[in-house]
Design a binder for this molecule. Structure first.
Ligand code: HEM
Ligand code: NAG
Ligand code: NAG
Length: 331
């Protein structure tokens, strides 16, 4: 009897093992080789279009990196962000975090059309975002990582999700951490991923409050360096100039490095959400100090946290679809 049992167990392990392997893609699990057979050139195509766009305008690297974040925090990494308004869909591009701010959509259109030529309806827009974010990081001098793939695209968008789930620059540390935790990310991910602000720009409207009236007492933010604040005010006046652009990392604005953390230690984080990483929480403070001191450690954790963020509730298997155009659902 015991022999028969162990035979049956061994037999079923061998017999069903291939099915388990085949189901790898269908059990919600992403993996880097997903397009190796269906579209072997996919990664190369994405990289070449991103490289061209970043060569034309360095900031595009930052803009593309941010899009992946704004996608993943709303219903998971499903390219819901890329849908334009149409029919019942109200575009996330209209939300507070995205309006007059999120950019780079034309580059994704270009990547998608190149991919549709090479292998029609095979590579999802959600995966394009993940790959473009990685390529953008590498192109500006940051770490590289293998991007797990196999996400599918949503058939709807969530404007309210975009307004509520993406942290705002004037949210408290606790609110920001809570928004990360709701997505399965922790304080280590929060501090490492905020390091994205080592590249790219912010509008005056995203940090003005700090320059003039931080707590409603008519005083500037006392965690903001006074001479840095004085440099910011001329182009970010009390009123007007909302859309004026400022480097998030004034020391090395186009280079992906750990200067962002050094700036924070010098009270020169541009956004309130940057500076609170140092001033409001012990664990977060320790991490800011560590990454300021050790670029290698920052790079390693950044790559890890990007993969984690990229894994937020993807659509897999037969859920969702592979869009033909990133801006609209298939008919
Ligand atoms: C921790 C909470 C975060 C807050 C409150 C926040 C907020 C902001 C704000 C207000 C801007 C400037 C937008 C504007 O004024 O137009 C910005 C830009 C940017 N953010 Fe974040 N962010 C956060 C986390 C992240 C994460 C996790 C990433 C990527 C993984 C990221 C990537 C970027 C990049 C690259 C830019 C520059 C974009 C460009 O130049 O086009 N941010 N962020
Ligand atoms: C944060 O900024 C938004 C948009 O400018 C504003 O409506 C809101 O009152 C601010 N919240 C706090 C707590 O200052
Ligand atoms: C600062 O903000 C508070 C609350 O929003 C407002 O009542 C006050 O008038 C503002 N003060 C100045 C000097 O702008």
């Amino acid at each position: 009897m015991a022999h028969l049992m162990s035979f049956l167990i061994a037999f079923s392990l061998i017999a069903f093992a291939p099915f388990c392997l085949c189901d790898k893609a269908k059990d919600g699990h992403l993996y880097p080789q997903f397009y190796d057979h269906s579209c072997p050139k996919a990664q190369q195509i994405v990289k070449s279009v991103v490289a061209k766009a970043v060569a034309k305008e360095t900031r595009m690297a930052a803009s593309l990196l941010r899009l992946h974040f704004h996608d993943c925090f709303v219903k998971g990494c499903d390219a819901s962000l890329l849908l334009d308004s149409s029919g019942t869909i109200i575009s996330e591009k209209r939300s507070n975090p995205n309006r007059n701010s999120a950019r780079g959509f034309e580059v994704l259109d270009e990547i998608k059309s190149a991919l549709e030529k090479e292998c029609p309806q095979t590579v999802s827009c959600a995966d394009l975002l993940a790959l473009a974010a990685r390529d953008s990081t590498v192109l500006t001098g940051g770490p590289s990582w293998e991007v797990p793939l196999g996400r599918r695209d949503s058939r709807d968008a969530s404007l309210s999700g975009s307004n509520n789930n993406i942290p705002a620059p004037n949210n408290t540390f606790q609110t920001i951490l809570t928004k990360f935790k709701l997505k399965g990310l922790d304080v280590v991910d929060l501090v490492a991923l905020s390091g994205s602000h080592t590249i790219g720009d912010s509008r005056c409207t995203s940090f003005r409050q700090r320059l003039y009236n931080q707590s409603g007492n008519g005083q500037p933010d006392n965690t903001l360096d006074k001479s840095y604040a004085a440099q910011l005010r001329p182009r970010c006046p009390r009123s007007g100039g909302d859309q004026n652009l400022f480097f998030l990392d004034f020391v090395s604005p186009t280079k992906f490095d750990n200067a962002y953390y050094k700036n924070i230690l010098a009270s020169k984080g541009l956004l309130n959400s940057d500076q609170v990483l140092l001033t409001k929480n012990e664990a977060s403070m320790e991490l800011v100090k560590k990454y300021a001191e050790n670029n290698k450690l920052f790079f390693k954790q950044f790559a890890k946290s990007m993969i984690k963020m990229g894994n937020i509730t993807p659509l897999t298997g037969s859920k969702g679809e592979i869009r033909k155009h990133c801006r609209k659902v298939n008919k």
